[in-house]
Design a binder for this molecule. Structure first.
Ligand code: MG
Length: 397
């Protein structure tokens, strides 16, 4: 749990399209399956099952070539709707662990699980939970890489395919040893031309690149590229997932079946939304600096109002206090069509940004910590015994 730095996962489905076909058509299981154009037409392979890959078939290969390599391969045309549905399921699983997800394609994504470790366990534990959820919910397998950065996670997910989990060490020396034996083609961003140049310098593994003379490399491929590749060869990659934490928000809203003017009904619904958002926020391991209220009136006019916390919070009590205050200020005696609650300005710590200036804990942050612990207990009870197992005394009729 006390891993230093960040933890990223790269999750990649195994032979995705072909696996979906084998799942949906049991007669295809264990057989060399090629998804793509039929071999008598011009067109290429979109995906090949592992049984087909043994014959040297891979995606983007002309279907005719694939047929030559494996005459008994079974060609099926793609069913994009099924793949998209499986993809949606997988992405939803990712989002149940962290809001910071960067899909790379229909069947792979980067996940920043740094904040999620507090609630779900360390990186490898989260990876196993995600692999289990995918298996149970889609009957498909995924391979996952766990690493301190995206470059390493992407390399790792490919190391033990299919159905594999590879954890990259977190210590610098071990990272370099992990990368050293890999062929240069595994480096991200090394195209055919660059690869040729590197090979001509005798740099055929990442390890050779780690030890190369930077000057020599610079003169071959330019200083910018040389610098970048040398850093990656040492496992250094400081990119984060685009649109990270501060642009993220978590919200829930409900449209009533018919417009509601009854205040207790509106309040009860709103309280449930606040608790839902609070649980999601804590699951993601974040603290919020701002809370939002959204009301759509029966005439479709809509207001959104927000308020900021003095220090980032994630506990139910603080969220409710701020949320109820907003509602009291802005709810009118008119029928409501939709009500929503959200949080934004998410941070990974509950320390205010100016925290390093505060030598002593203020009473406010002490109270905050107590409330945080209470909410975490509430969440684990709800998870175990169901959403409605715990009610606040103030909610009871
Ligand atoms: Mg894949």
């Amino acid at each position: 749990m006390n891993e230093p730095r960040k933890t990223f996962l790269h999750v990649d489905m195994d032979a995705f399209f072909a696996s979906v076909e084998q799942r949906d058509h049991p007669e295809l299981r264990g057989k060399p399956v090629v998804v793509g154009a039929p071999p008598d037409q011009r067109g290429v392979v979109a995906a090949a099952s592992y049984e087909a890959r043994k014959y040297g078939i891979h995606s983007a290969m002309p279907s005719r070539t694939a047929k030559q390599k494996c005459p008994h391969a079974i060609f099926v045309s793609h069913n994009m709707g099924n793949y998209k549905e499986a993809s949606r399921q997988i992405m939803r699983i990712f989002e149940s662990y962290t809001p910071i997800v960067q899909p790379l394609s229909i069947d792979e994504a980067f996940l920043d699980v740094t904040g999620a470790r507090r609630l779900f366990g360390d990186g490898p534990t989260i990876a196993e939970k995600i692999r289990r959820d995918i298996r149970e919910q889609t009957q498909l397998t995924a391979s996952v890489g766990v690493a301190p950065n995206m470059f390493l996670a992407k390399i790792a997910s490919d190391m033990d395919k299919p159905d594999g989990l590879t954890v990259v060490p977190f210590e610098q020396e071990a990272i370099e040893a992990f990368l050293a034996p890999l062929p240069i083609a595994r480096m991200w961003g090394v195209g055919k031309v660059t690869q040729k140049k590197l090979l001509s310098l005798g740099l055929n593994t990442i390890g050779k690149l780690q030890q190369c003379d930077p000057k020599q490399l610079e003169s071959a491929i330019g200083s910018r590229a040389a610098n970048g590749f040398i850093r990656l060869a040492h496992g250094i990659d400081e990119r984060g997932i685009v649109g990270e934490v501060d642009e993220k928000s978590i919200s829930n809203e409900i449209t009533f079946k018919e417009d509601i003017a009854d205040r207790p009904t509106i309040e009860a619904t709103y309280k449930r939304l606040m608790d839902k958002v609070g649980t999601r926020l804590r699951k993601a391991g974040f603290f919020a600096t701002t809370v939002h209220l959204k009301i759509r009136w029966s005439d479709f006019s809509t207001i959104t109002r927000q308020t900021r916390f003095p220090v980032p919070c994630s506990d139910d009590t603080s969220l409710r206090e701020a949320g109820m205050q907003l509602l009291e200020e802005h709810l009118r005696h008119r029928p409501v069509r939709l009500i929503g609650f959200g949080v934004s300005g998410l941070t990974e710590t509950e320390e205010p940004q100016t925290r390093q200036l505060n030598l002593f804990e203020t009473p406010d942050t002490a109270l905050q910590k107590k409330r945080s612990r209470l909410s975490q207990t509430t969440d684990s009870v709800r998870e175990k015994y169901g959403k409605n197992s715990l009610k606040r005394a103030s909610d009871l009729p």
